[in-house]
Design a protein around this ligand. Structure first.
Ligand code: NAD
Length: 280
């Protein structure tokens, strides 16, 4: 079995040799910024089952009664995750991905996280697949607004462009992924030759289909137009505290097991060394 150092070296080689690398991230990259994940031992749902049940009803609540939705999100313990993210700061894992983008190695970050920490760390070409708790979105005209623009004295807040009730940009259960973000994410997955997946259990769909799209490896999943294509040569690297379905099903080429805040900065250092050594 390869040692941690060998795996970090391998990932740095693969990244340095890639033409179009992208990164995917999930709640695990933000646990070192003190934002709990959902399904880890101290996860939000592991410790509060009622919060999970409420989360499943939230989109329907918005459609039925936007004012009641905002009262729940702003004032009850069920909206705790959204409020917690306001205080959080990026950690070395977020900063490492931003640095790889600045160095031209990573072309895009697609995150499931709603905490806005990739943006705060300096990632530029960023797709927030499940939206952002720092933004509000109009589900009619798709306009997005910074949360700073609202005082929330009058509920629900209204869209400055079309006047309809705004919801959090955060995508809730039973809510479709915004079309612009889902189309661009799928395109990035189809185009990349390396995908670095950081801190996700890879069980939440459709996000978890992105590595399968990159690899053209669908297992028992419903077929897609390109499902018949041969398995692609795209490299898939996971950095995660534990193995995931992607590890077990051979979608990823290898797993670097451990904390993203410790492993990603080491990968960046080794990539930088390799780029410095490149002739020209
Ligand atoms: P998840 O909770 O299902 O899985 C997190 C994974 O990361 C687990 O496999 C865990 O072992 C691993 N992990 C935890 N800490 C780690 C660390 N320091 N380094 C490496 N790995 C670590 O999260 P998910 O797959 O992102 O799915 C949860 C959904 O909930 C997402 O859709 C996301 O939108 C939302 N969510 C977001 C946040 C956030 O914005 N920070 C927090 C909780 C949940």
């Amino acid at each position: 079995m390869d040692s941690l150092t060998d795996l970090i070296e391998r990932a740095a080689d693969d990244l340095a040799n890639s033409k179009y690398a992208i990164a995917l991230s999930g709640a695990g990259i933000s646990t070192e910024s003190n934002i709990p994940d959902f399904r880890g031992p101290s996860g939000i749902w592991t410790t509060d089952r009622e919060a999970e049940a409420k989360a499943y009803e939230r989109y329907e609540l918005f459609l039925a009664d936007p004012k009641a939705y905002w009262e729940e999100v702003l004032y009850t313990r069920y909206g705790a995750l959204y409020r917690a993210v306001g205080q959080a700061e990026p950690n070395p894992g977020h900063r490492a991905l931003a640095e790889l983008e600045r160095d031209g190695v990573i072309k895009c970050v697609i995150t499931q996280n709603i905490d806005g920490l990739h943006e705060k760390a300096g990632s530029k070409n960023l797709l927030e697949y499940h939206g952002s708790a720092r933004k509000l979105r109009c589900i009619s005209c798709t306009s997005r607004f910074s949360i700073e623009e609202f005082s929330f004295e009058l509920l629900p807040p209204q869209c400055g462009k079309c006047g309809r009730a705004l919801k959090y940009d955060v995508v809730h259960f039973k809510e479709p992924i915004p079309q612009d973000v889902s189309a661009r994410s799928e395109e990035e997955a189809l185009n990349c030759d390396l995908m670095l997946i950081c801190g996700t259990s890879a069980v939440v769909y459709p996000f978890a289909s992105l590595p399968r799209i990159a690899k053209r490896h669908f297992g028992g999943l419903p077929s897609r137009p390109y499902a018949s294509e041969a398995k692609s040569a795209t490299k898939i690297i996971e950095v995660n505290a534990e193995p995931t379905p992607l590890t077990h099903e051979g979608v990823s080429d290898y797993l670097i097991q451990g904390k993203t805040g410790e492993i990603l900065p080491q990968i960046v250092e080794r990539v930088k060394d390799k780029l410095r050594q490149e002739p020209g």
